[in-house]
Design a protein around this ligand. Structure first.
Ligand SMILES: Nc1ncnc2c1ncn2[C@@H]1O[C@H](COP(=O)(O)OP(=O)(O)OP(=O)(O)O)[C@@H](O)[C@H]1O
Ligand SMILES: [Mg+2]
Length: 314
C-alpha cells in the first residue's frame, strides 16, 4: 500500500477556444475538469495499475468537495483534511495549434493547526504502508521544513518516504535523509548549483545530491530517460516515445512506476521508464493504464554515455 500526500492539490479546468483574444468574450469549443496535483497523479497512476493507494490532501471550499468527488468517481481512496481556504482552481486555455495558456491560483494559506492536521492524517493513513510519496509545492503558510519534519516522523513509524518537490522545500528535505528523491533536470541543477548539460553532468549532480542525504536519487531527464543513483552505483535507462504528446505529469508517472516496480534497483527503473514514457505519449497530465505500457521499448544501459548532450524538452 502506498500513501501520497499533496499539500497543494487543484481542480484543473481545460477550456478549448478557437483563438485566445485579450479582453474578448470567447466561446469554448470544449471543456473538461480533472483532479490535479502531483501526489494525486501518483495515486491515480498506481490505482490504474491495481496498486492500493490513498491520497492525503487538504480539502477546503466547494473546489475541495469537487476534487473529492472527481477522485471518488475514479475509485481513488482519499484522506481529506478539512481546511478553511478553498482548494485552488487552475485553468488551462488551449488553442487549436496546441498553445496552452495557464491561469493558476495560489491555493489556500494553511494555518499551523491545519498543517499539523495534514501531518497527522498522513501518519494515520501511512500505518502499515510501504511508502509515502510527498509531492509538489508547499501551500502558503507552510514552512519549508515541512517535508523534512514529515520524513522524520515517518521514519519513526518505519515507513519509507519519497519526496518530489523543488526549491527550498527540496533543499531542506535532503537533511532529513528521505529514502528517495525524484528531481527533474532543472530541479537537479537548481538544488546542486551545478550545470546539467550532459548525461555525465546529470550523474555528477545526482551523486552530489545523494551525498547530502537521500538514500536513492531517481533523476528524470525528460527525453533522455532517467538516472538511478543508489548504494550499488549508477544506472541510466530510457524508453522510446514515438509521438510525445505531453510530458506534464510524466515525472509523477515515473515515480509511481518505480514504486510499483519494487522501489529499488534496475528492475524498478525499467518499470518507471515504461510508465514515464507512456505518460509522455498521452495528452495533458493523463496517467497511463496497463495497456499504455510498452515494456519492450525500455533500455537499461550497461554503462553511462557521459558525453551525451541532453535533449531539450519538446
Ligand atoms: N519526450 C520524452 N520521451 C521519452 N520519455 C519521456 C519524454 N518526456 C518524458 N519522458 C519520461 O518521463 C519521465 C519524467 O519526465 P520529466 O523528466 O520531464 O519529469 P518532470 O519534469 O518531473 O515532470 P512532471 O513534474 O510534470 O511530472 C522521464 O524520466 C522519461 O522517462
Ligand atoms: Mg516533476
Amino acid at each position: 500500500m502506498i500513501v501520497t500526500l499533496t499539500p497543494n492539490p487543484s481542480v484543473d479546468r481545460t477550456i478549448e477556444v478557437p483563438q485566445l483574444v485579450r479582453g474578448a468574450v470567447l466561446r469554448a469549443t470544449s471543456s473538461r475538469v480533472d483532479p490535479g496535483g502531483k501526489g494525486v497523479n501518483v495515486a491515480r497512476a498506481l490505482i490504474a495499475h491495481g496498486v492500493t493507494a490513498t491520497a492525503v490532501l487538504p480539502a477546503g471550499g466547494a473546489e475541495g468537495a469537487q476534487l473529492a468527488a472527481l477522485l471518488a468517481a475514479e475509485g481513488i481512496g482519499i484522506a481529506p483534511v478539512p481546511v478553511a481556504g478553498a482548494v485552488r482552481a487552475n485553468v488551462s486555455v488551449v488553442e487549436p495549434d496546441g498553445t496552452v495558456t495557464k491561469l493558476n491560483e495560489q491555493g489556500p494559506d494553511l494555518s499551523s493547526d491545519e498543517t499539523t492536521a495534514l501531518v497527522r492524517a498522513t501518519l494515520e493513513a501511512a500505518r502499515g504502508a510501504e511508502w509515502v510519496v510527498a509531492s509538489g509545492s508547499l501551500p502558503r503558510g507552510v514552512a519549508a521544513a515541512f517535508y523534512a519534519h514529515l520524513v522524520d516522523a515517518l521514519r519513526d513509524e518505519g515507513v519509507r518516504v519519497a519526496v518530489d518537490t523543488s526549491g527550498q522545500a527540496l533543499a531542506v528535505a535532503l537533511d532529513a535523509r528521505p529514502d528517495l528523491v525524484k528531481p527533474n533536470r532543472e530541479e537537479l541543477a537548481e538544488v546542486t548549483g551545478l550545470t546539467v548539460r550532459t548525461l555525465g553532468e546529470a550523474v555528477d549532480a545526482a551523486q552530489a545530491l545523494r551525498s547530502r542525504g537521500p538514500v536513492t536519487v531517481l533523476a528524470s531527464l525528460g527525453p533522455d530517460g532517467a538516472v538511478l543513483v543508489d548504494d550499488t552505483g549508477v544506472t541510466h535507462g530510457e524508453a522510446r516515445v514515438d509521438t510525445p504528446r505531453g510530458a506534464v505529469g510524466a515525472g509523477d508517472a515515473l515515480l509511481a512506476g518505480f514504486l510499483a516496480g519494487g522501489g529499488k534497483g534496475p528492475d524498478a527503473l525499467a518499470e518507471a521508464l515504461a510508465w514515464g514514457a507512456a505518460a509522455a505519449s498521452l495528452p495533458g497530465s493523463h496517467m497511463p493504464t496497463p495497456h499504455d505500457l510498452d515494456r519492450e521499448g525500455v533500455r537499461i544501459h550497461d554503462h553511462v554515455e557521459t558525453d551525451r548532450v541532453l535533449q531539450e524538452r519538446s
